[in-house]
Each structure stands twice: as C-alpha cells, then as structure tokens.
Design a protein around this ligand. Structure first.
Ligand SMILES: [Fe+2]
Length: 139
C-alpha cells in the first residue's frame, strides 16, 4: 500500500518537477521587470500548490518518511526550505518594478534558482531511494 501511494506521488512529482524547471528557466531569462513580475506571481502560486501537495497526508514527505525514516533530518530541512522559498519569492515580488532588473535582484533570482534546483534534485534522490527501499526491502 505504501508503495502504491509513493508511485502515485512519483507520477505527479515528475510533471511538477518539469513544470517547475521550465518556470525557473523563464524567470532566469526575463529581460525586465515587466516580464519578471507576472512570472514571479505565477511561480508563487505554483510553488504554494506544489509544496502543499508534497506536504499533504500521503504526499512526498509522508511517503519518504514511511519508507526511509533515516532521511528524517533531510526531510525537515526540505520542509523548512518550502517556507523560506515562498518568502524569498514574495520578497522578490516586492523589489521588482517596471523597467530594468537591478543587479541585486538578478543575483537574488540566480541564487534562488540554484537553491530550488538543488532542493528538487535532493527530493528526487530521496524519492528514488525510498522507492528502492520499498521494493527491495520486502522481498
Ligand atoms: Fe519540495
């Protein structure tokens, strides 16, 4: 049963991760504040839903915690990062106005993109690890 829940999560997670990656590329390439502001607003709504999905009962965190409790510390860090990422996007939204994007905002965007990609990669690793624990451990 735990395997089924993890499997369902795996599928929705892959499409979410692809979407997130595409959004990050667009955000990185935004040429000015007029382009960046709506991208950030879409991105914040997407992230909020994506994080809620990962944190919901039987979602990513529950599935990995059940299958691989040894990852508890990493999971706690990932969960805390969700809050932090939402705050950072909100902060960027406040600092982005029409016209050119400041060097400071650009470097904040770049840093956020790097951290989010790392975050997603670690989640992917934990999910794969918990899957192999799930299927390898029982037989
Ligand atoms: Fe996450």
């Amino acid at each position: 049963m735990a395997g089924d829940a993890t499997h369902t999560h795996w599928d929705s997670n892959i499409s979410d991760h692809q979407k997130l990656s595409r959004m990050l590329s667009k955000i990185e390439r935004a040429g000015n504040g007029d382009t960046l502001a709506p991208l950030l607003s879409d991105f914040k709504a997407f992230l909020r839903r994506h994080f809620e999905d990962e944190e919901r009962p039987n979602g990513f965190f529950d599935s990995v915690t059940r299958a691989a409790p040894r990852h508890a510390a990493s999971l706690a860090t990932l969960r805390a990062e969700h809050r932090e990422f939402l705050e950072r996007v909100a902060h960027l939204q406040e600092s982005v106005g029409p016209g050119p994007i400041s060097a400071e905002t650009r470097s904040q965007v770049a840093a956020l993109v790097v951290r989010l990609r790392k975050h997603e990669a670690l989640e992917g690793q934990l999910l794969m690890d918990s899957q192999s624990t799930d299927f390898g451990g029982g037989n």
